[in-house]
Structure formats: structure tokens, C-alpha cells
Design a protein. Structure first.
Length: 94
């Protein structure tokens, strides 16, 4: 089950967050999956692109948020310490 889907600021990419504990980065025009972002221990509720599209932020049932590289799909930081599910992912516009 897909919990959220968002377009990149330039509408070239689509980012989905899913029940299967992953997020995926897709090429909008072709439907090709560029990266599967794996590392969460629970469903991924939300995902967002940074305004410059260099980063992706994911929010999960596993009490963490993660910051990923859009280019490589690598997890750059795991934000741990929440006492409950993290249900939102948003970047500041600047």
C-alpha cells in the first residue's frame, strides 16, 4: 500500500512512501524506478524532496526519520529518539 506520493519541484521525479517499509524515487515520464530507499523498520508514512532536490526526507512508523541522497539513494542520516511514530516529512522552502 502506498501512503503518499509527491512530485519533485521540477516534476521530473516522483517519490512514494509505502507500507513495505520503503520509499521509491521514480522518473515521472517513464515510470522507471531510480532508487528504492530501504532502511526503515516500519511503514513509511510520508516522504518529501528538498527544494533543491538533492535530499529526500522520510518519516516512519519505526519512530525515525531519515535523510537520503536523491542521486545515490544512500541514507545519509537516521534521526532517532522519537517516542512514537513520525508521521510527517517537510523541508523548509529555503
Amino acid at each position: 500500500q502506498i501512503w503518499s506520493a509527491v512530485c519533485s519541484p521540477d516534476s521530473f521525479l516522483v517519490l512514494t512512501a509505502a507500507e513495505d517499509r520503503s520509499a521509491k524515487i521514480w522518473i515521472a515520464e517513464s515510470g522507471e524506478c531510480l532508487h528504492t530507499l530501504v532502511g526503515h523498520g516500519g511503514r513509511v508514512w510520508r516522504a518529501a524532496f528538498s527544494p533543491d532536490m538533492l535530499l529526500v526526507l522520510t518519516a516512519s512508523l519505526d519512530h525515525t526519520a531519515r535523510i537520503w541522497s536523491t542521486d545515490s539513494g544512500e541514507c545519509l542520516h537516521a534521526l532517532v529518539g522519537h517516542e512514537d511514530s513520525v508521521s510527517s516529512a517537510v523541508f523548509s522552502p529555503d
